[in-house]
Design a protein around this ligand. Structure first.
Ligand SMILES: [Zn+2]
Ligand SMILES: [Zn+2]
Length: 334
């Protein structure tokens, strides 16, 4: 019996050691949690030199940033075959052996596969924290970041829409919440569509954010999504590059208001390749990433990424990383 227990314990230890590093996100002993945001890869499989260029840059930025989590905010694909291309991306992200999450952009569904067909490729990644919604597409997620490591395994508290009754057992110890939201692609409103507009968050998403983050309004949250909301055009005191108009939906979904009410301190988007600023609107930091992709689309800024360093006192620092080093540093709240 004793031997049997020892074997079971050894097996459990082995399973734990082999488990992907995605069970629980925790701050480092120095009180920081580092997120590297890539955005707008725009990869085209028939340009292998460009794919290699993007991946080499990603490798170097991961080495430079040493992140605890990698976030990719949309427009990953820019050619077919979408399955091979997405598998390449998943393989590359997994090679860093750190937790990673993707949100879709407005171009990812345009290359022969629906989002429901692409999503299982993403969730097959060994180190991804993405999950599937019942519809088969990537779920919107709320991910807690904890002060201290808890029990390994069996302790996933990530929280995917619409499973709003997901575990909350350890949420009281979370120091930050990360939201990953699908900002969709184009407006399907027939009147608006004749005039072209990007999509906006659905009312159900706004309500989910209000409900979910509303359960911990005194713990700061941040959000990642692809298409900026209209408030991005209204920021003041911005730091960084603002060299094209904010290409947001014409309709205001109210998502910013829901976030403002429920303790969000910052949001991070992609989509506008020539913007990489971070500015203030109504005391919330609204930031773009930095274009990380190929030359297959317009881009006039040095390619790079954004580093976000959360602190468990509820503040953050963020800067742009590119070939020239790190710059455009913002501390928030100041
Ligand atoms: Zn793009
Ligand atoms: Zn886009």
């Amino acid at each position: 019996m004793k031997k049997f227990i020892i074997v079971i314990l050894a097996l459990l230890t082995l399973i734990e050691a082999c488990a992907p590093s995605t069970d629980k996100l925790t701050f480092r002993p120095d009180g920081t949690f580092r997120i590297l945001q890539f955005t707008d890869l725009h990869l085209q499989l028939f340009h292998p030199d460009q794919v290699a260029d993007v991946f080499t840059r990603m490798d170097s930025l991961v080495r430079q940033a040493d992140p605890d989590l990698i976030a990719v905010t949309g427009d990953l694909l820019y050619s077919s075959p979408a399955d091979s291309l997405m598998q390449l991306i998943v393989g590359r992200l997994d090679s860093y052996a750190r937790p990673w999450a993707i949100v879709y952009g407005n171009h990812d569904h345009e290359h022969g596969l629906t989002l429901a067909q692409l999503s299982p490729i993403i969730t097959s990644g060994r180190h991804t924290i993405n999950t599937l919604a019942p519809s088969g597409v990537l779920a919107d997620m709320e991910i807690p970041v904890f002060k201290t490591p808890g029990r390994a395994g069996g302790d996933r508290t990530r929280h995917a829409r619409p499973f709003i009754k997901y575990r909350h057992a350890r949420h009281d110890r979370a120091s930050f919440y990360l939201f990953f939201l699908d900002s969709h692609a184009y407006s399907t409103d027939p009147i608006d569509y004749s005039n072209f507009s990007y999509a906006w968050f659905e009312p159900e998403q706004v309500e989910w954010v209000r409900h979910t983050a509303g359960q911990h309004p005194n713990t700061p949250s941040i959000a990642f999504f692809h298409i900026p909301f209209p408030e991005y055009a209204e920021v003041t005191n911005y730091v960084g590059e603002w060299t094209e108009p904010v290409c947001c939906p014409k309709y205001n979904s109210g998502m910013f208001g829901a976030m403002k009410e429920t303790g969000f301190i910052a949001t991070f988007c992609g989509h506008d390749h020539d913007n990489s600023y971070a500015g203030i609107y109504d005391n919330v930091l609204l930031a773009y990433g930095r274009y990380s992709g190929s030359n297959g689309e317009y881009n006039h800024l040095p390619k790079g990424a954004r580093l976000i360093t959360l602190r468990y006192d509820g503040s953050l620092q963020t800067c742009i990383l590119d070939a020239s080093g790190s710059h455009d540093l913002v501390s928030f709240p100041e």
